[in-house]
Design a protein around this ligand. Structure first.
Ligand code: EPZ
Length: 439
């Protein structure tokens, strides 16, 4: 049996939705806790498949974990294992982030290469080169990255590192590794994403000396040891952005909280360019006030540019615009796979390389579709909410990786959406034909 989503479109949404903690902060902060030889507490941790998987990985390294509600107690006092198990790492790319803290704590780390995923090859060369600059000997054998501090020294040593690309993961890996290194490290052309800043703030709460997170240059003065900390993770800007689009695409006025509006500057600006109004009802509450959807060009860029993690959702919106939108994906080489599924719903999209030209159509129609990755699955849910008739979405494991209780949250806003268990053999087409909900 597998669960599929039945979305009956054209229902107006209304009310307020609660935004969960940020997936991409929770994952890296769980890795960051490995730097600390004392128990730490993380709050506002979202209940997601990816978080569960990261939990399994840090447990395999000897960490004690205790989750209660959205609070996670992480005790890395006795991490002894320097090898992360392949069967776990292969399921979660972000698990590669443990290489920095484990190497910094134990002087050795062995982490399988995470490999590519649906949206791209996802190499880790920037992580490796940075660790080498910090004085590690890094070898890749049989798909495992083995890093150890050179010359029998115990600690990595500070270095000046220039990143060829402002990679989020490489910035986070190197910032964590440098936290316990001997001396000062500067990371130039660093990623500026809010999740990088959240990691730096968590490390500082543990006693790290980090300056400049959120800018292109981060300075880290290594310290010999960190101490326990109790830290609250930021709200998920991508989940909030997804709900902003849910309001615009269904022509519904909805609000969401808690959010940090600054984290959504590019997405809010684009939504306004596409005709919607976005009001800030309080410092941590946003409300979207829809109006006819206008076409707009979009080019994904590293933060503070337009986020690649919002590209698919905005493409769904532009399919119903009053003109042509040119959408260029510059961050990942294979992140337009949702196009074929949106075309099944009647969207008019032409693709050439990493550019999609979207001609707005008056209406989408419900259809059986398959989610190909996390953000593509969100785009299909949004398209289904606006479409005429029923959309059946398969591949929900993608959605569960990054959205906490999305179906329930949408139902509370008035969406006609439900999870239905179907025999794995049954295709989405048959599910539409059977029309028998059996949640
Ligand atoms: C993080 O991935 C996020 N994941 C991604 O979110 C997000 O799309 C991405 O940053 C960009 O914002 C997590 O935080 C867990 P990158 P990450 O390193 O760190 C290339 C989602 O939907 N690159 O900034 O892996 C790489 O191939 C996910 O929640 C190298 O070439 O992203 C890509 O083309 C998807 N060499 C580009 O840089 C390297 O060593 C950006 O990757 C590292 C990266």
């Amino acid at each position: 049996m597998e669960s599929v989503l039945h979305v009956r479109g054209r229902s107006a949404l209304s009310g307020q939705v609660t935004i969960s903690g940020a997936k991409n902060a929770a994952l890296v902060l769980m890795a960051g806790a490995l730097l600390c030889p004392e128990p730490c507490r993380l709050r506002n941790v979202p209940n997601l498949l990816d978080v569960k998987r990261m939990g399994q990985i840090v447990r395999a390294l000897g960490v004690k974990l205790d989750a209660h509600g959205d609070v996670l107690d992480i005790d890395a006092t006795h991490i002894g294992q320097s090898q992360a198990p392949y069967e776990l790492v292969s399921q979660l790319r972000a698990s590669f982030f443990v290489i920095g803290p484990v190497l910094a704590r134990l002087g050795i780390a062995r982490v399988p290469l995470p490999g590519g995923c649906a949206i791209g090859a996802r190499p880790v060369d920037l992580h490796v080169r940075g660790l080498q600059a910090l004085g590690a000997d890094v070898q890749i054998h049989h798909g495992v990255v083995r890093a150890c501090v050179r010359g029998g020294r115990k600690r990595l040593r500070g270095a000046k590192i220039y990143l060829d690309y402002p990679s989020v993961g490489a910035t986070e890996t190197l910032m964590m590794a440098a936290t316990l290194a001997d001396g000062e490290t500067t990371l130039d052309n660093a990623a500026q994403e809010p999740e990088v800043v959240d990691l730096a703030n968590f490390c500082r709460a543990m006693g790290a000396k980090i300056q400049g997170a959120g800018t292109k240059t981060i300075r880290i003065v290594g310290v010999p040891r960190l101490h326990q900390a109790d830290y609250r993770i930021v709200p998920d800007r991508i989940e909030a952005g997804t709900f902003l689009v849910a309001g615009a695409i269904t022509q519904s006025e909805i609000s969401m909280s808690p959010v940090i509006p600054d984290h959504l500057t590019a997405a809010i600006a684009k939504l306004r360019a596409m005709g919607s109004q976005v009001a800030m009802d309080s410092p941590n509450t946003l409300r979207v006030i829809p109006s006819p959807i206008e076409a707009a060009d979009i080019e994904t860029q590293p933060y503070p540019g337009f986020p690649t993690d919002m590209q698919a959702q905005f493409m769904a919106l532009s399919t119903l615009s009053n003109g042509n939108s040119v959408i260029t994906e510059t961050v990942f080489e294979n992140r337009l796979r949702h196009v074929a599924e949106l075309q099944r719903m009647g969207a008019d999209i032409r693709v050439k390389g990493n550019i999609a030209v979207v001609r707005g159509v008056p209406m989408l129609s419900g259809a059986p579709v398959v989610a190909t990755d996390l953000r593509a699955s969100a785009a299909l849910v949004l398209a289904g909410l606006a479409a005429d008739g029923k959309t059946v979405i398969q591949g929900l494991h993608h959605l569960d990786r990054g959205y906490e209780n999305l179906t329930e949250k949408l139902c509370r806003l008035g969406a006609d959406i439900e999870r239905v268990m179907v025999p794995s053999s049954e295709t989405a087409t048959e599910a539409i034909e059977s029309g028998q909900p059996s949640a």
